[in-house]
Design a protein around this ligand. Structure first.
Ligand code: NAD
Length: 252
């Protein structure tokens, strides 16, 4: 079985999209979920949806690019639920539509601080909390098909490649201590981020969606289900891996 009943999970970017789906799936499997986001309204809505379904969740307002905030968030999670075993480090933003030569440093810093430094800061504080418990832990970081291609804006693409490096390094370092670390690489998923892109460039967006052999967007829960499996004991031999969930996009 999944065997995550009663475990504690942190999900970042859980006010929306993929993070909300994972939070709901983990709660449905019996985990206590820390719903982490900068978006208070969306975060509270995720908690309400989980509670309506008889699950257990708390919203913890956090900016993942701010170390003091991340440290406080991990401590608040352990204080609330008594331990930490699972984490989906998923919060991420796109950069401005610009080429490599056009990007401003402010945009670069904003995207890199949120997407890549954010994942590192979360692991930096989650891993010691996992080791303090019974020494078992599982982490999934959200990369992208942009983590293996040049599809997207430069800072976004760079951070999604970088997340693979962070994932593999931590997987190697902590394998002997019982912590597994994997990455998921979603294709185009139907969330507010892709909807913004669709509104700005409807034709380009449709072409991009059609590049995936399945010829459709993915649903957030199609990622949430995979993350729940990777965080569960059924995935006990999976670590340092990159899991494509992209409707065949990278198979082309
Ligand atoms: P989304 O915008 O629906 O959700 C992202 C969440 O992250 C939002 O709730 C936002 O408030 C939160 N967030 C942003 N900055 C934050 C910060 N500094 N601290 C805490 N929370 C913050 O987007 P989504 O599509 O669900 O994306 C989730 C992840 O999946 C991202 O890392 C994204 O890059 C990745 N991804 C998405 C797609 C896609 O097609 N939607 C494809 C590949 C990868």
């Amino acid at each position: 079985s999944y065997n995550i009943d009663g475990k504690t999970a942190i999900v970042t970017g859980a006010a929306s999209g993929i993070g909300r789906a994972t939070a709901e799936r983990l709660a449905a499997e019996g985990a206590n979920v820390a719903v982490v986001d900068i978006d208070i309204e969306g975060g509270e809505e995720t908690v309400a949806r989980i509670e309506d379904d008889e699950g257990v969740a708390r919203f913890i307002e956090t900016d993942v690019s701010d170390e003091a905030d991340v440290e406080r968030m991990v401590k608040a999670t352990v204080d609330e639920f008594g331990s930490l075993e699972l984490a989906h480090n998923n919060a991420g933003i796109e950069g401005e539509s610009a080429t490599t030569a056009e990007h401003t440093k402010a945009n670069w810093d904003r995207v890199v601080d949120t997407n890549m430094k954010g994942v590192w800061l979360c692991m930096k504080h989650e891993i010691p909390a996992m080791l303090e418990g019974d020494g078992e832990g599982a982490i999934v970081n959200t990369s992208s098909i942009s983590g293996q291609t040049g599809a997207g804006d430069a800072p976004y693409v760079a951070t999604k490649h970088g997340i693979l490096g962070l994932t593999r390094t931590a997987a190697v370092e902590y394998a002997q201590e019982g912590i597994r670390v994997n990455a998921v690489a979603p294709g185009v998923i139907d969330t507010p981020v892709s909807n913004r892109f669709r509104e700005e460039n409807p034709e380009e967006f449709e072409q991009f969606v059609q590049m995936a052999p399945v010829g459709r967007m993915g649903e957030p829960m199609e990622i949430g289900n995979a993350v729940a499996w990777l965080l569960s004991e059924e995935a006990s031999f999976a670590t340092g891996g990159l899991f494509q969930i992209d409707g065949g996009f990278m198979a082309l």
